[in-house]
Design a protein around this ligand. Structure first.
Ligand code: GRF
Length: 213
């Protein structure tokens, strides 16, 4: 499948995706990497891997729908069939959703529906949760809401900081995001109401580490 990746910053999930493609774990072509912000690390990572890049500055578009129209035009021109939001910091509209129905995947650093929105790791720490994790889900019109494809759990230790917890969650994100995209590329993701039914055997995932002190 031809994959489009939307980024806004650091790009570690983009790198995990590009590595999975390079090592044959993800049967996709990186057709286009689009950033809405200039000079971010993600753009450099894309170039290092030889993936085509595009900067589409959202400040140039007064309305979200106008930005998404430009986005859809660029993704379609690159022949994109599947879209990954890899640390993309814009809310998307029906313009993008309608162009790629059930083909837009997002990764979130918590076990949804817990800790939606920004700073999910800090939210989990502040709440005193013992377990959190990462979620890959289909994108719908609500933030961090669409049907869940894969999740991975991470235990929280008493001395975790936002930094240490973020690092352990990221390791899970880097495993489950390419794995979820691969399920889609293999045509194994079927959406039944709110639930995703995955055909066949699920890929091996990192085991959850539970009950840290
Ligand atoms: C990740 O934690 C992802 O779950 C969230 O934004 C962060 C992006 O990190 N949506 P990166 O740019 O992929 O390193």
């Amino acid at each position: 499948m031809r994959l489009g990746v939307l980024v806004s910053g650091r790009g570690s999930n983009l790198e995990a995706i590009l590595r999975a493609i390079a090592t044959g774990r993800l049967a996709c072509d990186a057709a286009l990497v689009v950033s809405n912000r200039p000079a971010v690390a993600a753009l450099e990572i894309a170039r290092t891997h030889g993936a085509p890049t595009l900067l589409l500055d959202h400040h140039q578009y007064p309305r979200r729908e106008q930005f998404d129209t430009a986005l859809v035009g660029a993704l379609r021109a690159a022949g994109v069939e599947l879209v990954a939001l890899a640390g993309f910091d814009r809310l998307v509209t029906s313009v993008l959703l309608d162009a790629f129905p059930e083909r837009i995947y997002n990764v979130h650093p918590a076990l949804l529906p817990a800790f939606k929105g920004l700073h999910a790791q800090r939210q989990a720490l502040d709440y005193g949760a013992r377990v959190t994790g990462a979620t890959v889900h289909l994108v719908d019109e609500h933030m961090d809401h669409g049907p869940i494809v894969l999740q991975g759990a991470v235990a929280i230790a008493h001395d975790d900081t936002e930094e240490t917890l973020t690092a352990r969650i990221l390791a899970v994100e880097h495993a489950i995001f390419p794995a979820a995209l691969q399920l889609c590329a293999e045509g194994r993701v079927r959406v039944v109401g709110r639930r995703v039914v995955v055909g066949g055997v699920l890929p091996p995932l990192p085991p959850p580490m539970l009950w840290l002190p």
